[in-house]
Design a protein around this ligand. Structure first.
Ligand SMILES: [Zn+2]
Length: 246
């Protein structure tokens, strides 16, 4: 039990199981599904801060971490997410089993990197509220006040997005000012990531990258298209109210 609590204190994650089912049959017989509750921005005292830019996988952009499989002779690391093999850059050439960079220390599963000229300016925190609207009228009132309170507690520079779901999933375009607008997806129909990106006009008239994670302006998204869905917390109270009244 201590081990679980230690993990939660170190990484801000809580899981119902401590092992992943090895077969489909085992997965099916799990009464509680395999899942994780993650607390982003969890205050961790004495979190290690590395004064350089993170190394990213060239396929999926995830960051080098203690779960990567490293070939110290060939100077290659295997990404544990997409299995892409990545060459270490020149400044990692002295890496060996006895000379690990901090991000590979087994106990450094959660670390921070200092932003620098190399990593670009620090991105403000983004909070997306995903709200289930299948509830009785009375509860909607409580929901609205809880949401208003939550938004008020966010740092002023943070960005806020809003998704509601009932029969339809609605992605709200908060940056569209006084005329509330949203993109609707039917809950019973499967849509791919590419279809979502296309329907929400993220790459209007431009070529969409065919591989990797699309997470920001460096992946071809324009800052205007991101701003349509993310509004500074200080400006969104009024807009969120009008959305919730729909
Ligand atoms: Zn990868």
């Amino acid at each position: 039990m201590t081990e679980f609590l230690e993990l939660e204190a170190q990484d801000g994650i809580r899981m119902p199981w401590n092992v992943i089912p090895g077969t489909k049959q085992e997965a099916v017989s799990c009464v509680i599904p395999v899942s994780t509750i993650y607390t982003p921005l969890k205050p961790i005292p004495e979190i290690p801060v590395l004064p350089y830019a993170p190394l990213r996988c060239r396929m999926c952009c995830s960051i080098l971490n203690p779960f990567a499989i490293v070939d110290y002779v060939a100077k290659i690391w295997g990404c544990p997410f997409c299995f892409q093999r990545n060459q270490f850059p020149q400044h990692y050439s002295s890496i060996s089993e006895n000379n690990l960079p901090a991000e590979l220390f087994p106990q450094y599963t959660t670390i921070e990197y200092l932003s620098s000229a190399e990593t670009g300016p620090a991105v403000p925190p983004v909070f997306i509220f995903v709200v289930d609207t299948c509830m009785i009228e009375e509860e909607i009132g409580y929901l609205k006040s809880a949401l208003a309170q939550a938004v008020e507690l966010l740092p002023d520079n943070s960005l806020v997005g809003f998704i509601t779901f009932g029969t339809y999933v609605q992605v709200h375009e908060l940056g569209f000012g006084l005329l509330p607008k949203s993109y609707m997806f039917k809950g019973t129909k499967e849509v791919t990531k590419e279809q979502v990106l296309e329907q929400m006009c993220f790459f209007a008239g431009k070529k969409m990258p065919t591989t990797g994670v699309i997470a920001g302006t460096r992946d071809g998204l324009s800052s205007e298209s991101i701003a349509r869905f993310l509004l500074p917390a200080s400006e969104c109270e009024f807009v969120l109210n009008s959305v919730k009244n729909q």
